[in-house]
Design a protein around this ligand. Structure first.
Ligand code: AMP
Ligand code: GLY
Length: 428
C-alpha cells in the first residue's frame, strides 16, 4: 500500500513540469506538490522553491528539509548530473534514471554504440573525437549526412548537411569546441533517414514497462514543417501512424532489447524512456533516446491517462513491479505552443500575458516560459511561453478546443502554428 499525504517535489520549469505537477496534484495520495524552480504561472498554482536544477546538493538538502516523499525529475540535465543518484544516496525516492542510464541521452556516441551492440535498428553511423578520421569517414557517406554533437545541446546539436564541405565544417566546429563546447568534443556522423517521426514514451522499472499513447511532435517553427528546428511547436496523441500491431512489433524489436541490453550491461533503467522513432520504408529506426518525458508531448499524453499516475511513478522510483498496461481514455489531445515571435532566434521578453479567468474542462493552459512581475502579473520570459491543450472525443474536437484557447490568450508577440496535427488530418 502506498502511503497517503505524500509531498512531491517536481524539478524543472517548463510545460512538461507544469503538466506533471497538475497530474500529481490530482492524485488522492498527494497532499502537496512543490516545484523547483518552477515559473511565473506555476507560482499561482503551486508552492515554488528557487533552486536551480543543476544544484544537486541544494536539491537534496531541500528535499530533506521539506520531508519530500518523491522527487520527480523533469529535464535531462539534472538526470545526467546524477541528481537521482544523490537523492537515492540520501534515502530520498526519485523518479528518473540514474546517471549511468541517463547516458542514453547524455552521450549520443554511447547510445549509438549501445544500439549497435544489441542489434537494435538505427541509422548507420560513426563516432569520432578526432578531425582526420571523421573527414575520412565522410568520404564514404551519401548526402545529406547528419552531424551530431554527442553531448547535451538543448536540442540544437543535430545538423543536417547537404554537402561534404558543410559536413566537414560542422565536424571541425564541433570538435574544436566552438559550436557546442564540451558537448561537441565527440561527434556522431550519421546516415540521413527519411520517414515520419513518432514519439514512444515508456515508464520503466528495470525490464518492466508500461507504454503511453504514441504521439507526434512538430519540431519546425513554420507551418507545413518549414523553417528552423525548435524544442517543439505542438503535438497530438494518439497518432494513427502507429497501430497496436505496429506498436507490439516495436516493443519486440526495440523496447525489450533496449531494457534487456541495459540490464545485461549492469544498468537498471527506472523512469521515463522516450524513444524518438523514424518510421522508414525499411521499418522503424531509433533516432534517439531521451531519458525524460518529451516537451510538448507530455502535455498531450498525460491528460489521456485514465488512472492515478502517482502509484506508477512511485513503483518506478522504487524499482518495483508495474501493471502490464495503463488505463488510457478513449480520447484525443492536442497542444499548440504559444511562442514569442522570432523564436528560435531572438524574440522579445517581459510581455504581459492576458488569459481567461476560467477555462472549459476540455482545455488546459500550461505555462512554459513565464515569469511573475512586481505587480503579481504574469509575463513572457522564453521562446516557448505557453501550451494550449485541448481534449475531445476526436482529434477535430481536441483541435477546436486548443485553438479557441490560443485565440483567448493575448500577449503582443504571440505566435503559433495553425496546422498542428496536419499529417494526421491528411491521413484520416
Ligand atoms: P535527435 O536529437 O537525435 O533526435 O535529433 C533531433 C531531430 O533531428 C530529430 O527529431 C530529427 O528530426 C532530426 N534527425 C536526427 N537524426 C536524423 C537522421 N539520422 N536522419 C534524419 N533526421 C534526423
Ligand atoms: N519534443 C522533443 C523533446 O522533448 O525532446
Amino acid at each position: 500500500m502506498n502511503k497517503e499525504n505524500l509531498k512531491i517535489l517536481i524539478l524543472g520549469s517548463g510545460g512538461r513540469e507544469h503538466t506533471l505537477a497538475k497530474v500529481c496534484a490530482e492524485s488522492p495520495l498527494v497532499q502537496e506538490v512543490l516545484i523547483a524552480p518552477g515559473n511565473g504561472g506555476m507560482e499561482q498554482e503551486f508552492r515554488t522553491l528557487s533552486i536551480p536544477v543543476e544544484e544537486n546538493e541544494k536539491i537534496v538538502q531541500t528535499a530533506k528539509a521539506e520531508s519530500i516523499d518523491l522527487v520527480v525529475v523533469g529535464p535531462e540535465v539534472p538526470l545526467c548530473n546524477g541528481v537521482v543518484d544523490e537523492l537515492n544516496k540520501a534515502g530520498i525516492l526519485a523518479y528518473g534514471p540514474d546517471s549511468q542510464c541517463a547516458r542514453l541521452e547524455g552521450s549520443k556516441a554511447f547510445s549509438k554504440d549501445f544500439l549497435a551492440r544489441h542489434n537494435i535498428p538505427t541509422a548507420e553511423y560513426g563516432n569520432f573525437s578526432e578531425v582526420e578520421p571523421a573527414i575520412q569517414y565522410l568520404q564514404s557517406c551519401s548526402l545529406p549526412v547528419v552531424v551530431k554533437a554527442s553531448g547535451l545541446a538543448a536540442g540544437k546539436g543535430v545538423i543536417i548537411c547537404n554537402s561534404k564541405e558543410e559536413a566537414e565544417t560542422e565536424v571541425k566546429q564541433m570538435l574544436s569546441g566552438n559550436s557546442f563546447g564540451i558537448s561537441g568534443s565527440e561527434v556522431v556522423i550519421e546516415e540521413f533517414l527519411e520517414g515520419e517521426e513518432a514519439s514512444l514514451h515508456l515508464i520503466c522499472s528495470g525490464e518492466e514497462y508500461v507504454t503511453l499513447p504514441m504521439s507526434q511532435d512538430h519540431k519546425k517553427v513554420g507551418e507545413g514543417d518549414t523553417g528552423p528546428n525548435t524544442g517543439g511547436m505542438g503535438a497530438y496523441a494518439p497518432t494513427s501512424l502507429v497501430s497496436e500491431e505496429m506498436l507490439a512489433a516495436y516493443e519486440k524489436s526495440i523496447v525489450r532489447p533496449t531494457l534487456a541490453g541495459l540490464r545485461e550491461e549492469g544498468m537498471n533503467f527506472c523512469g521515463t524512456l522516450y524513444i524518438g522513432l523514424m518510421l522508414t520504408k525499411t521499418g522503424p529506426k531509433v533516432l534517439e533516446f531521451n531519458v525524460r518525458f518529451g516537451d510538448p508531448e507530455t502535455q498531450v499524453i498525460l491528460p489521456l491517462v485514465d488512472q492515478d499516475l502517482v502509484p506508477i511513478l512511485l513503483a518506478s522510483a522504487k524499482g518495483e513491479s508495474l501493471p502490464q498496461k495503463l488505463k488510457i481514455k478513449n480520447k484525443f489531445a492536442m497542444v499548440v505552443v504559444l511562442a514569442s515571435k522570432g523564436y528560435p532566434g531572438s524574440y522579445p521578453k517581459g510581455e504581459t500575458i492576458a488569459a481567461p479567468d476560467s477555462l472549459p474542462s476540455s482545455t488546459l493552459l500550461i505555462h512554459a516560459g513565464t515569469a511573475a512581475n512586481e505587480t503579481g502579473g504574469v509575463v513572457s520570459c522564453a521562446g516557448r511561453v505557453l501550451g494550449a491543450v485541448g481534449t475531445g472525443d476526436s482529434l477535430n474536437e481536441a483541435q477546436t478546443a486548443a485553438y479557441k484557447l490560443c485565440e483567448a490568450v493575448e500577449f503582443p508577440s504571440k505566435y503559433y502554428r495553425k496546422d498542428i496535427g496536419h499529417r494526421e488530418f491528411s491521413r484520416l
